[in-house]
Design a protein around this ligand. Sequence first.
Ligand SMILES: [Zn+2]
Length: 287
Amino acid sequence: MNPPIATPLGTTRRWKPAPLISGALALHAGAAAAVVADPSTWPWAGGSVIASHLVLMAGGLWPRSAWLGPNWTHLPATAGQQIALTIDDGPDPDVTPRVLDLLDKYGAKATFFCIGELAQRHPHCVEAIVARGHAVENHSQRHRHTFSLQGPAALRREIAAAQDTLTHITGTRPLFFRAPAGLRNPFLEPVLCQLGLQLASWTRRGFDTRSRNADTIAQRLLRGLAPQDILLLHDGHAARDAHGVPVILAVLPKVLEAAARAQLQCTTLRAALVPEPAQAARSQMTL
Ligand SMILES: [Zn+2]
């Protein structure tokens, strides 16, 4: 399903609890009221509260779910014949420059979800991403595996630190956030609302941090490729093929050639906020 565009991104917006969150809050209140009115109902009340927590946890463990709040799994329908390549976990001084050369060769634009700490270590890589017309977005400051176990204050610190780091290097504030490994909890969406960020996941991923076979990864990404898809690859933590070459470098040409055959252009997530006809009109005006 195509996402509605939460406008304007980049500014604080009011948090509206997703239906599942409102339901869980109401259930908690109902269970508490039932136990106060009749203490013998506690096994039922306790059981339903535990069940609601399990459902919320499942929503957080499923990266593509919108159970906890809005989540881009596709570009908006206004993106027309465009798809988005998203490239996570960098920058990596060995891999990112070679990825940029490949993207230039095919005239494709991509969105790089960068880790703040790595961006601080390799700012020249991040500057190169932006200088070559791509977008840099927020993938947390430290990319901790315990990210989804944190409370609201710790989540805010982690995401705000990456906002500051990436804004300082690029001069542009990220508009999108992707959770480490896509794992979340119900505290995340209110923090994203506060920071003016939109959660983005993907339509399909190649599992290219684990798979070493470029053909298999490309097949996973290209199965049913359609307009407005968001594909996930990695320049950081990239698996290496049998020759020690980062596998993304072999996957990208396959994906970009397939996209060209299907007449799909690769755009960035933030460029897709502007409907495609407006993009075309704008580029004509600058000719
Ligand atoms: Zn990641």
